[in-house]
Unconditional design. Sequence first.
Length: 155
Amino acid sequence: MNWISNIAITMVAFVTMEGVAWFTHKFVMHGFLWMLHRDHHKKDSYGFFERNDFFFLVFAIPGIACLFSGMNYEIQFLFFIGAGITLYGAAYFFVHDIFIHQRIKWLSKTDNNYFRAIRRAHKMHHKHLDKYDGECFGMLWVPLRYFREAKSGNS
């Protein structure tokens, strides 16, 4: 494979992960594994880590498996799928944990329409304290109304 194909595979895997994350968030985290995600909506503990952080492993394992398989079994495209999954995980960490929730006090003064829209959509997601009636389950792609609100200064 050439480098263009490798970059394309990585990008497709990254973009696909937004759909996987949305589906998992809506139907797994707000479904049968709510007991692990609940403390992210209702602060049951007061430490740095939450039970919700377990989902980091759920998403990391396929990425690691693809990276490993792509390096060791000459199925190279799996490496680039793993790279896309891993890059999405890094983006998730920076956007969700650092930027939105400020678990590490960094990027707190970032101000542009895209970031305001993401913060607003996530705030709307967290206004629901139980697993029902949720909204805005994605992370990087949010409904257009939040972009319009951010642009007009209503976020």
